[in-house]
Design a binder for this molecule. Structure first.
Ligand code: ATP
Ligand code: MG
Length: 415
C-alpha cells in the first residue's frame, strides 16, 4: 500500500478526552477512529491488524474442530427469557430496542442462548454430537465505564465458541483441547510469556472457570501468580480453601495487574435443562447436552499488544499481527526510482509493504511516522544508503540500523 493513497493521517496529539495509552497511540497513528466513548471504528490499517489476529484465532479453532458461523446481532426476548437473562437486573449491559410493532428486541451482548435455540433445531440423536461452533462478532454492551480505550468497548469484537457434548468426558476433552489452543493463540500473538491460565469464579456448575490473563498495567484485573508452579488465581477466588486445594500458599504468590484476554466456562447441563436442549442417547432416552463457552477478546487483545510493546516513540507490532511486514521509506528525489522498483519487487514476492512514497514530507516526519506506526522492519532508500551499497534497515524494536544489499534484504525477508 502506498502511504500517499492512505486517507488516514498521523497526528501529533492524542484527543484530550482519551486517557488510555492504547487508544492514544492507535488514534494518533490512524489505526482507529474514536466515534464516542467506548466506540471505535477501525481504519484500513486497523482492520489489517484485526484480521491478522482473527486469522490466528480462526486457524487454532479450526484445528480443534470448530466450525465457523455467524449469528444475528438482533436477539429475541423470548430466547433470553428461558434462562432469565433478559432481565436487566440479571444482565446489566443490555442494549434493547423495539420493532415498529412494539416487539422488544435486544442487541447481542453474548450468544449462548441464541446458539442453543438454533442448534436445538438440528440436534436429534447422540450421533450428531459433538457440535463445536464459533464466530467472530461485534458484541454490543452498555458498559458502565469505558475508560481503557479498546480494552473495554461498548462495541467490540469477540470470538465466541460454544461446545455441545454428549457427556462430561467428551466435554472435558474439548475443554482441555481449547486450553491448549488458546495457549497457542496467545503465543502466536506475541503475549504468550505473560499470559496465564487463571483460576476464576466459575458460576453455577464448577468451582472454577479459567481466564486467560495477560500481565498489563492498563488491565482491570488483579491476579496472584505462583511463577514456579505456573499457577495463577484471580483475586475474586483468592481464599484459604481454594489455595489449599491448589497446593499453594498465600505468601508464595506475587500480585500482578492483568487484562483478561479470554475465558472458558463449563455450563454442565444447567443451561441445556433451562432451555430443554436435549438429544436421545443410544438407548432411546432423553439426555441434556453438556455445554461449554469460550471467548477471546479480539479487539482487547489488539489493545493489550499495543499497551505491552509500545515505547516512547509509538507502537511496536509483533510480526504476526503487524499490518505490514515492511515499512519502506523513500527519501529524496535521488532515491525515488530505486525505491519504486524495490516496492514492486517486494510486492511481487508477496511481502506486505507500506510504502512511504509521499513527496512533500520531510525525512524527519517519515521516520517519526514509521516509529509511531510500528511495522516490524523499516527499510530506507536514500541517496546516502545507495552510496553505502544498498538500503538502511532497522527492526522497530532495535536501536541500530545497518546497510544491506538488495540480495541480503530479499533473502532475509524470505526466511
Ligand atoms: P470482563 O470481566 O473484562 O468484563 P467478561 O467476563 O464480561 O469480561 P465475556 O463476556 O466472557 O467476558 O467476554 C469474553 C472476552 O471478551 C473477555 O475475556 C474479554 O477479553 C473480552 N471482552 C469482554 N468485555 C469486553 C469489552 N467491553 N470490550 C472489549 N473486550 C471485552
Ligand atoms: Mg464484562
Amino acid at each position: 500500500m502506498r502511504q500517499s493513497q492512505l486517507f488516514t493521517k498521523t497526528r501529533k496529539e492524542a484527543p484530550s478526552d482519551e486517557v488510555a495509552k492504547n487508544a492514544q497511540l492507535l488514534i494518533r497513528a490512524g489505526y482507529v477512529y474514536k466515534v464516542m466513548a467506548g466506540v471505535y471504528a477501525y481504519t484500513p490499517l486497523g482492520l489489517r491488524v484485526l484480521e491478522n489476529i482473527k486469522q490466528i484465532v480462526r486457524e487454532e479453532m479450526n484445528a480443534i474442530g470448530g466450525q465457523e458461523l455467524i449469528m444475528s446481532s438482533l436477539q429475541k426476548k423470548s430466547t433470553w427469557e428461558m434462562t432469565g437473562r433478559w432481565d436487566d437486573e440479571v444482565v446489566d449491559v443490555w442494549f434493547k430496542s423495539q420493532l415498529k410493532d412494539g416487539t422488544e428486541v435486544g442487541f447481542g451482548w453474548s450468544h449462548e442462548e441464541a446458539i442453543i435455540e438454533m442448534l436445538q433445531q438440528y440436534l436429534v440423536s447422540y450421533k450428531d454430537l459433538p457440535i463445536n461452533v464459533y464466530q467472530f462478532q461485534t458484541k454490543l454492551r452498555n458498559e458502565l465505564r469505558a475508560k481503557s480505550g479498546i480494552l473495554r468497548g461498548r462495541e467490540f469484537v469477540m470470538k465466541d465458541m460454544y461446545s455441545c457434548s454428549l457427556d462430561a468426558t467428551q466435554h472435558d476433552a474439548f475443554y482441555n483441547a481449547t486450553i491448549e489452543a488458546y495457549k497457542k493463540i496467545y503465543s502466536r500473538l506475541g503475549i504468550g510469556n505473560d499470559t496465564y491460565v487463571t483460576f476464576a469464579s466459575g458460576g453455577a456448575f464448577t468451582k472454577f472457570s479459567h481466564e486467560f490473563q495477560t500481565i498489563c498495567d492498563a488491565g482491570e484485573d488483579v491476579v496472584y501468580l505462583h511463577r514456579e508452579k505456573n499457577i495463577a488465581v484471580n483475586e475474586e477466588v483468592l481464599n484459604d480453601e481454594h489455595l489449599e486445594s491448589l497446593g499453594i500458599k498465600r505468601e508464595e504468590l506475587e500480585k500482578v495487574t492483568t487484562a483478561e484476554v479470554g475465558n472458558i466456562f463449563n455450563f454442565g447441563t444447567h443451561k441445556s435443562e433451562q432451555m430443554d436442549f436435549s438429544f436421545t442417547n443410544e438407548h432411546g432416552e432423553k439426555q441434556f447436552v453438556h455445554l461449554g463457552s469460550y471467548g477471546v477478546g479480539i479487539t482487547r487483545a489488539m489493545g493489550v499488544i499495543v499497551e505491552k510493546f509500545a515505547d516512547d516513540k509509538g507502537i511496536v507490532w509483533p510480526a504476526s499481527v503487524a499490518p505490514f511486514a515492511v515499512h519502506l521509506l523513500s527519501l529524496g528525489e535521488e532515491a525515488k526510482t530505486e525505491a519504486d522498483a524495490l516496492y514492486t519487487e517486494l510486492n511481487s514476492r508477496g511481502v506486505e509493504v507500506l510504502f512511504d512514497d509521499r513527496a512533500e514530507v520531510s525525512a524527519g516526519e517519515k521516520f517519526a511516522d514509521a516509529d509511531l506506526l510500528g511495522m516490524p522492519l523499516r527499510v530506507v532508500v536514500s541517496k546516502r544508503s545507495l552510496e553505502a551499497g544498498g538500503y538502511e534497515v532497522k527492526g522497530r524494536a532495535e536501536s541500530e540500523s545497518k546497510v544491506v544489499s538488495k540480495e541480503e534484504l530479499l533473502s532475509s525477508l524470505h526466511a
